[in-house]
Ligand binder design. Structure first.
Ligand code: FAE
Length: 554
């Protein structure tokens, strides 16, 4: 058994792992203590303002991190703890100031400009309802959720200090060890499961739901219906840990705390309850006094220069207009702009001759984690509830079905009224992989994904949901992802790959043709994690940065 101190708590792990997570009782208590500390802070008060330290044109910094999601937050904290001054550059806002309604984030039922990144109209995953377009006009603003459109697929991503952790469902899933070993065979899986997954889970503040509370909680009626239907068709299911504070959710359900998960808040941000990385890793990084965060700055170029790398960026205002351009010099640069952001930067730097020696594999091996969404229409006696927690808490685990592995989270439809709908986000084993290429005509980067490539995912999901429909005498809803469209097959929440570990980088994320350049985000993972990805992204970042600090910085 190994132990380590995380945020002042001793964390131990049992070395055992299973679907869900692997914490010993002591480790769990440590993790939940972290949670409750953070939750008390979050209750009724805006998030802590992280220190923003705007980079100035001509600055020189020892380390610069592009992006402030999971990979970026891990890099910032561990570099700072190793004594390195770190500049984090984030294109989105620092989400700490409340709007005119007193809230930092808007809810899903009344989206405004805060919801989407620079759009005049929302682009919701559930785009339609009962024959009507469910999207709404909004003010163009640097909102927290981006729906980035490529041919054949829209990729949802978080924008802001905290990256995807601001908008995601918080599902903190550790894949089975043998599945992980199949995805990244060059990584010592034993070490990942004994050291880095536990470290990530503890630092992220992962906690478990009280199962006896779950059995009667009004807000999880929809999950109990999803579980019942899975069980009746013979499918395994599992509870899923989360970074949302389930203790806080209990108070919401009991009307003793301001509602967030129970107030239709999630994909446009949670005002309370969720331990996004701005409240965990980044808060700890800031507390070292060695990390400055520069929000609303988008990195546009990286190229070698005397003393390191020139990093060019544009400063944005909330309309998306460029208000300044800056260039700084960094001794080391960590690409943590997410699978799409990092891939786009590297592919265009190679094509434009700024980093010509990057390997040809850069931009390739991109996947959507096999994402496909689907909904079923239940009978009137299977009401799913008008009050639904936006934080999913269980999944149907049919991954062992080699003819079509599926891990399907039972998702909420937080419409505020009874819909009798069971909604699922299925993660499947889809072998198709896309490639990012530079488009010299537009100056942008394209992705060659085709919507038809989702077919293996649909086929796998049908093996589960056709069976459930047959058993229950129910049908698919065809009105949520378009008109007469059953499958949400043209978008993903889980972009992965584009700069794969031990292929485009060395086995620790170094871009070896350019000493001092590193990749440390979801682009390292080749298209699939078999479950929701952020715990794996975080654990891999922990592994890589530990090695880099020990070998490159000492
Ligand atoms: P990410 O968190 O995306 O951070 C990248 C950051 O870089 C962002 O803040 C960008 O704004 C910023 N950036 C990009 N380009 C630039 C640039 N040029 N200059 C400066 N900054 C830049 O990357 N995963 C789970 O495991 N469980 C869930 O329940 C879950 N639910 C999700 C729900 C939604 C709606 C979405 C969108 C995602 C969900 N995910 C979930 C996926 C998860 O959030 C995602 O895998 C991670 O956030 C990816 O982490 P990275 O560090 O790779």
């Amino acid at each position: 058994m190994r132990s380590l101190s995380v945020r002042g708590f001793v964390y131990e792990n049992s070395g055992k792992s299973h679907y869900g997570h692997s914490v010993s009782r002591r480790g769990f208590l440590a993790a939940t203590s972290v949670i409750f500390g953070a939750a008390v802070l979050g209750r009724g008060t805006p998030a802590r303002a992280l220190p923003t330290k705007q980079l100035a044109d001509g600055d020189r910094v020892p380390a610069l991190v592009i992006g402030s999601g999971y990979g970026g937050a891990v890099a910032a904290l561990r570099l700072a703890q190793a004594g390195v001054d770190v500049a984090v550059v984030e294109m989105g806002m620092s989400w700490t100031a409340p709007g005119s309604d007193g809230k930092i984030f808007c809810g899903m039922l009344k989206p405004d400009g805060r919801s989407f990144w620079l759009r005049n109209r929302t682009d919701q995953p559930i785009s339609n309802f009962a024959g009507g377009d469910y999207n709404k006009d909004i003010q163009k603003y640097t909102g927290v959720l981006d729906s980035e459109k490529f041919s054949g697929i829209r990729v949802y991503q978080g924008r802001g200090v905290g990256g995807g952790s601001l908008v995601n469902g918080g599902m903190a899933v550790t894949p089975k060890q043998e599945y992980f070993a199949g995805i990244l065979p060059s990584v010592d899986a034993g070490e990942m499961y004994s050291t880095y997954y536990p470290r990530a889970n503890a630092a992220l503040g992962v906690n478990n739901l009280d199962q006896s509370w779950f059995e009667t909680a009004e807000c999880y009626n929809y999950a109990r219906v999803g579980r019942k239907h899975a069980e009746r068709s013979g499918f395994a299911w599992t509870f899923v840990p989360n970074v949302y504070d389930f203790g806080y959710m209990k108070l919401e359900q009991a009307n003793q705390a301001t509602r967030s998960a129970l107030a239709s808040e999630v994909i446009y941000g949670n005002n309370y309850g969720k331990n996004s990385v701005d409240k965990t890793y980044l808060a700890d990084a800031a507390a070292t006094g060695k990390v400055g965060i520069t929000p609303m700055h988008q990195v546009t170029a990286v190229s070698p220069t005397e003393g390191g790398y020139k990093v060019e960026m544009k400063q944005l205002d909330t309309s998306g207009a460029t208000v300044a351009t800056k260039a700084v010099v960094a001794q080391r640069v960590f690409f943590a702009a997410g699978s799409v952001g990092t891939s786009k930067l590297l592919v265009s730097m190679k094509a434009q001759g700024k980093l010509p020696d990057l390997p040809d594999t850069v931009g390739s091996n991109w996947g959507n984690n096999g994402n496909v969404m689907v909904a079923r229409a239940n009978h009137m006696w299977d009401d799913t509830g008008s009050l639904q927690s936006c934080i999913p808490c269980l999944g149907i685990d049919n991954w062992a079905d080699t003819a079509g592995p599926v891990f399907a989270e039972v998702s909420p439809i937080p419409a505020g009224l009874e819909t009798f709908i069971s909604l699922y986000l299925a993660i499947t084993k889809n072998p198709n992989r896309g490639k990012f290429t530079f488009n010299s005509g537009t100056g942008g980067v394209d992705l060659n994904w085709q919507t038809g490539w989702a077919q293996p995912s649909i086929d796998a999901a049908k093996r589960v949901f056709d069976k459930i429909n047959k058993k229950e005498g129910t049908i698919y809803r065809t009105d949520l992802f378009g008109l007469y469209k059953t499958w949400g097959d043209d978008f993903t929440y889980h972009p992965l790959g584009g700069c794969v570990l031990n292929q485009s980088t060395d086995n620790y994320g170094r871009l070896t043709s350019y000493p001092g350049l590193y990749v440390i985000d979801g682009s390292l993972i080749p298209g699939s994690t078999t479950v929701n990805p952020f715990v794996t992204i975080t654990a891999l970042a922990e592994r890589n940065i530990e090695h880099i600090v020990a070998t490159d910085l000492r």
